[in-house]
Write a protein that binds this ligand. Structure first.
Ligand code: HEC
Length: 143
């Protein structure tokens, strides 16, 4: 008569199966997450992140009281370039004419700024106020 295997060996087999199951589950979840991520369009987030970064850098410039045109102009140019593609980034929202008017407002403020670039902190702060209001207006309607 065969002797049954000792209990401890059964327990370690269950443990191995459990660990394998957890591993396969974890790998599967990562693969699912990755494929979901690949299907996301990163363009709109990228545009907004660049806008936020450039806006933040301008704010730093103002806070540091260092407002030369050399500090300011490259940021304005970058912001203006991003503003070109707001409708391209959010085609669904852009069907609403309020989106277009907020986007045009941003472009108009930046165009005006490029024609007449701020060279001191007071005018930079005025610009930041206008731009910040513009972000808020659009986000209020579309976020
Ligand atoms: C014409 C409309 C519009 C303007 C102007 C605008 N945004 Fe946005 N922003 C959006 C939309 C739409 C979203 C996406 C909202 C969502 O996905 O729920 C967004 C999202 C964001 C996000 C989050 C990005 C993400 O997806 O993680 C940041 C940061 C941001 N905006 C910063 C700014 C800043 C700073 C300004 C102004 C300098 C600005 N935005 C101006 C429409 C605008």
């Amino acid at each position: 008569m065969a002797t049954p295997p000792p209990r401890s060996s059964n327990a370690s087999r269950y443990l191995i199966v459990l660990i394998l199951g957890l591993l396969i589950g974890a790998i599967g979840s990562v693969m699912l997450y990755r494929s979901w991520q690949d299907r996301q369009d990163k363009f709109p987030t990228a545009i907004m992140e660049v806008i936020a970064k450039q806006y933040g850098l301008l704010k730093k410039t103002a806070d540091a009281n260092q407002c030369t045109q050399a500090d300011i102009t490259p940021r304005i140019v970058a912001l203006r370039a991003m503003a070109n593609d707001l409708e391209l980034a959010y085609p669904e929202a852009a069907k609403d004419q309020r989106f277009g008017s907020h986007a045009s407002q941003m472009r108009a403020v930046l165009d005006e700024t490029m024609a007449n670039p701020p060279g001191d902190c007071a005018s930079l702060k005025t610009l930041l106020g206008k731009l910040g209001q513009n972000c808020q207006d659009c986000h209020k309607d579309f976020k």
